[in-house]
Design a protein around this ligand. Structure first.
Ligand code: NCD
Length: 310
């Protein structure tokens, strides 16, 4: 594996499978009374968050702590960033304190890539602007493999606000590497320019895609990134691109429903769908911890052998 995880495209097929297999081994730890391994004792992981987050930040924190690393949580609010300190100076300060890995979420696409030039430790992209979110794609692939037993040939529909979604881009790249087939489904206004070059198909018709999909991944409508009208009304959006119980019934028998969270219940996904047995939304959160443990372990700890015995 590379020293950093900046993009899902950084992962070869072997790298990605190594992360998923390592995560599977580490997942057993969650069933033990003491959920800790000594593997990263003495290492320091900094969570550097310039954007709000519930799942991702806590997930990285739990993951690092379960591997016995020291964790520093740094959020831009309440720090010298609000006094105008730059990303570079912030990063150099954290490095001077001995950070071995920096997990970064930033509103600017490409910020983690810049950071990787400035510091000696590993950089993990925990979401940059509308660009990428590789650990989300890894936990999504992990969840698909866990529920459906395979990834090769799997048909995955990714539905909704693709334009603003770093989750969509990372999933398209990783799933292509792993041999799954992705179809993006969105109104034309919510598709990025240049999507034709992505390794996936595109459709505007959710009802036509659902019966052929093993997985349907619903994306949040990201209002905080929308400056203008991307669709007529929320009701119209839900009618065309929302997943309700009637639509969910069009999936094949084994078909599953995913969402990276946070959800807008009643907009892109109906509450009864989110809470149904087909939904993997809570599993995705649990799997996020195992996958992030695997990523930190492989970037910082070394080879594929997991140190047994806590
Ligand atoms: C996503 C994100 O922040 O990119 N959420 C997450 O990390 N679980 C998706 C979103 O915000 O809609």
């Amino acid at each position: 594996m590379n020293r950093h995880l900046l993009s899902a495209a950084d992962l070869s097929r072997d790298d990605a499978l190594l992360v998923l297999d390592t995560a599977e081994e580490l997942a057993h730890l969650a069933d033990r009374p003491i959920k800790k391994l000594p593997t990263l004792r003495g290492r320091t992981v900094v969570n550097l968050f310039f954007e709000d987050s519930t799942r991702t930040r806590t997930s990285f924190e739990v993951a690092a702590k379960r591997l016995s690393a020291d964790v520093i949580n740094f959020s831009a609010k309440g720090s010298s960033v609000s006094k105008g300190e730059s990303l570079k100076d912030t990063a150099l300060t954290l490095e001077a304190m001995g950070a071995d890995a920096v997990v970064v979420r930033h509103w600017a696409s490409g910020a983690p890539h810049r950071l990787a030039h400035w510091i000696r430790g590993s950089v993990v992209n925990a979401g940059d602007g509308t660009h990428e979110h590789p650990t989300q794609a890894l936990l999504d692939a992990f969840t698909m493999r866990q529920r459906l037993g395979r990834l090769v040939g799997l048909k995955v529909a990714v539905v909704g606000d693709v334009l603003h979604s770093r989750v969509a881009r990372s999933n398209v790249l990783l799933l292509e590497t792993l041999g799954a087939e992705v179809t993006l489904v969105a109104p034309p206004t919510l598709l990025p320019v240049g999507v034709e070059a992505w390794p996936c198909s595109v459709s505007f018709d959710l009802d036509a895609v659902l019966p052929k999909s093993d997985v349907v991944m619903m994306l949040r409508v990201q209002r905080e990134r929308m400056h203008g009208g991307f669709f007529p009304t929320t009701r119209e959006y839900s009618r065309r691109y929302g997943l309700d119980a009637r639509r969910m019934a069009m999936l094949p028998d084994e078909g599953i429903v995913m969402h990276p969270g946070p959800m807008n219940r009643g907009v892109e996904i109906a509450a009864e769908v989110a809470d149904s047995v087909r939904s993997t939304i809570v599993e995705q959160v649990a799997n996020g911890v195992s996958v992030r443990m695997a990523v930190l372990y492989l970037l910082l700890g070394g080879g594929p052998e997991i140190e047994a015995g806590a």
